[in-house]
Design a binder for this molecule. Structure first.
Ligand SMILES: [Zn+2]
Ligand SMILES: [Zn+2]
Length: 161
């Protein structure tokens, strides 16, 4: 499996974390595309946030691509989202904006969990009620409470894919 990371206004430290950890987690070849700015077309000035679906659609749809941004993102009907993905598709977007903390180790775990979660959706996984990284997170506390692993059910679905 190949995973492409598209930096969209995000620091290189975060990209390095994802490159190394996603390689291990998915046993994938991970490639980092040349950095771009998050498209201003997707910026909503009244919310001071970027629309997640709009950013997702700026990504190439022909290969598994994770867009990563430092900008705060929202989806219609939500105050914010950590990410969005095409279920069983190719593209996912992750915002690290609300994952930041002074604790570097904790930051790394949060970023990796949410990236695994969005790529899990791309690989066809839905939200899961088990002790699993595919559990839906509505807050950073919920991100911290879930493990950085797929439960047995989800892991077997990915392997079968
Ligand atoms: Zn989700
Ligand atoms: Zn699961």
């Amino acid at each position: 499996m190949k995973i492409y990371i598209q930096p969209l206004s995000v620091n290189s430290h975060t990209v390095e974390i994802l490159k190394n950890r996603l390689k291990e987690v998915f046993k994938a070849d991970v490639f980092v595309l040349p950095a771009l700015e998050a498209s201003l077309r997707c910026y909503n000035p009244s919310r001071r946030q970027y629309n997640s679906t709009c950013l997702l659609r700026t990504l190439p749809s022909t290969r598994v691509t994770l867009g990563v941004t430092g900008k705060d993102i929202y989806a219609t009907g939500m105050n914010f989202v950590f990410g969005e993905a095409e279920l069983g598709g190719a593209r996912a977007i992750l915002s690290v904006s609300r994952l930041s903390t002074v604790d570097n180790k904790l930051y790394e775990e949060r970023v990796v969990k949410e990236a695994m979660h969005e790529i899990g959706h791309v690989l066809g996984l839905k939200h899961c009620k088990n002790d699993c990284v595919m559990r839906f997170s509505n807050s950073v506390e919920e991100v911290d409470r879930k493990p950085a692993t797929f439960c047995k059910d989800c892991a077997s679905k990915i392997e079968g894919a």
